[in-house]
Design a protein around this ligand. Sequence first.
Ligand SMILES: Cc1cc2nc3c(=O)[nH]c(=O)nc-3n(C[C@H](O)[C@H](O)[C@H](O)COP(=O)(O)OP(=O)(O)OC[C@H]3O[C@@H](n4cnc5c(N)ncnc54)[C@H](O)[C@@H]3O)c2cc1C
Length: 386
Amino acid sequence: MDFDFTSDQERFRQDVRSFLEREVPPERQAVFGVEGEDQYRFARSIDRKLAERGWLVVSWPREYGGGGLSQIEHSILSEELGYRRVPSTGNVGRGYVGPALMAFGTAEQKEQYLPPIARAEVQYCQGFSEPNAGSDLAGLELRAVRQGDEYVINGSKMFTSFAYHADYIYLLARTDPDAPRHRGISLFIVDLNTPGVSFRPLPYINGDMAAQTFFDDVCVPVSCLIGEENQGWYHAMTTLDYERSGLERYAGVRRTFDDFVDYCKASPTSGQPDRAVLRHRLAEVRVGMEVWRLLCWKVAWLQTSGAVPNAEASVAFLYGTEQRLRFAQMAMEAVGPYGTLGNESAAAPLMGAIEGIHRESMHLHGAGTCEIHRNIIAQRGLGMPR
Ligand SMILES: Cc1cc2nc3c(=O)[nH]c(=O)nc-3n(C[C@H](O)[C@H](O)[C@H](O)COP(=O)(O)OP(=O)(O)OC[C@H]3O[C@@H](n4cnc5c(N)ncnc54)[C@H](O)[C@@H]3O)c2cc1C
C-alpha cells in the first residue's frame, strides 16, 4: 500500500479545505447531531455548491455529471467533509443508487436518474429494512406484483432515514415468493409522491427523524425496476460494498477527539500527577484513531485498485463503531457529569459535543450490526463456516 498522496491529490485536499472554511462557519457545523429543518436546508445548499464544482460525485464519470476523478479524491473529500462536520443529507443517491444504475441500469434510466443526483436536485432514501427483516434482510416481505406495465407494491419498510426529505426511495421488494429467498427479490426506484405511500415518524436518539414507510397498492411503471427482475439482492449487495470506506464517519469522530484533547490541555489540572490516567487514556484513544483511519484508507485504496472490499470494509466499520464508543465513554468519564449536558447548557464542555458523541455512539445498528460485521469477517475474511 502506498501511503503518499500525489501532489494533485494534496492540492485537491487544500482546495476542498479552503472551500469548506469559506462556506461552513463553526456555527453551522453538525457538532451535536441534527438540528432540524434549518440545518437540513443548509446541508442541501452545501450539496449544491459541491455539485457546481463537480465535487458532489467527484469519482463519477463526467458523462453523468461527475468530476471524473478517482476514489482517492472521493475519499479525501469525505475525510474533509467529516472533519469540518458538514451537515449531511445522506448518501443513498450518490453512494448506492448511482453505482447501481451505472452497473445495472438501462441507458434511459442512467439519463433520467444520474444527472439530477449529480446536480443535487433530488434526494434518495433507502428502503431495505422491514419490521421483520433487518440483519436477516433476505427474509424481506414487502411485495411487488407485476400487473401489465406496472408493479403494485404492498408492505412496509422500517428505519427509513431521510424519508421525510427524500424524493425517491431505493427499494428492495419480493417479486417471486416461491423462489429461494435471495433469488426472488428485485430492486426499484420509487417516487415517494406516488399515491399510496405514507410515513410514521421514528425519532432517533441523535435527533434524526426516520420513518416507517408504508406502501398501500402503490403502482409504479416497470421502468422503475433496476437490473433484472429477481436479481435485486445481488445487484444491491454488490453496490453496498462500493461505498464503505467510512472516512466521513471516522473524520467526524476524530475532530471531536482533537477538540477534546485541546480542551484537556486547557484545563488547569491537566499537568498534575493525578491526571496521568487521563493522559494514558487519551494516548490509547489516539492509537485507536490512527488504526481506524488506516483501516478506512485501506478500503478506499482497495476500491481504487478495482477491488470490491467486503470483509475489509466490515473490519473498518466494526473497528470504527467500537472505537467511537470507547472514545465517547472515555470522554464522558473524564469530564464527569458535565459530559451529560447538551448544547443548550452554557456549562456543557465543547458546546455539548461530549453529550452528542455519546448519543451518536449508541448507534450500533445502522449499516449492519457489530455481530453481522463479525459474521462477515469470520466467514468471508477468514473462510470460517457459517
Ligand atoms: C441509525 C440507523 C439508521 C438506519 N437507516 C436505515 C435506512 O435508511 N434504511 C434501511 O433500510 N435501514 C436502516 N436502518 C436499519 C438497520 O439496517 C437495521 O437496524 C439493522 O440491519 C439491524 O436490523 P434489525 O434492527 O432488524 O435488528 P435485528 O436484525 O433484529 O438484530 C437484533 C440483534 O440481534 C443480533 N443478530 C441478528 N442476527 C444475528 C446473527 N445472524 N448473528 C449474530 N447476531 C445477530 C443483532 O446483531 C442485534 O444485536 C437503520 C438503523 C439505524 C440504527
